[in-house]
Design a protein. Structure first.
Length: 129
């Protein structure tokens, strides 16, 4: 009976182990100059590995002109080199669009951090200011 309890206790500890990576997007994004870029702040952690990578994407759907009735979409991408040492770090990532400019207002952001075989991703509605 003691051996069974020991095995069950070990199994519970293994499942309770922390994730290998985490990432969180701050709710306010800064409009850069020129406005084809924005600065996104992320808090992340990842385990040590020989290979690590981070990326941020921002997508903003803007109102169109009254004459066309269509909407304009601006999308930006930015990468960062994470410090992976099992500690939480903050990074300010510049995400640049290849067409169009951002305007103050709501947008959607997603972020990814990976280290070796572990990764984390997050999505958040943000406010560009």
């Amino acid at each position: 009976m003691a051996a069974i309890l020991a095995v069950l206790g070990t199994t519970l500890v293994v499942h309770a182990a922390p994730a290998g990576a985490t990432i969180k997007i701050e709710p306010t994004v800064t409009l850069a100059n020129p406005p084809t870029s924005v600065i996104v702040t992320v808090d992340y952690s990842c385990q040590p590995s020989l290979f690590s990578f981070g990326q941020v994407t921002v997508d903003q759907l803007q109102p169109g002109t009254a004459a066309s009735g269509s909407r304009n979409e601006v999308t930006a991408f930015g990468g960062f080199s994470p410090t992976c040492d099992d500690k939480t770090h903050r990074a300010s990532v510049v995400a640049s669009a290849f067409g169009g400019s951002f305007i103050p207002g709501p947008a959607n952001a997603s972020a990814f951090v990976g280290s070796g075989a572990t990764f984390a991703q997050a999505q958040n509605e943000v406010s560009i200011r």
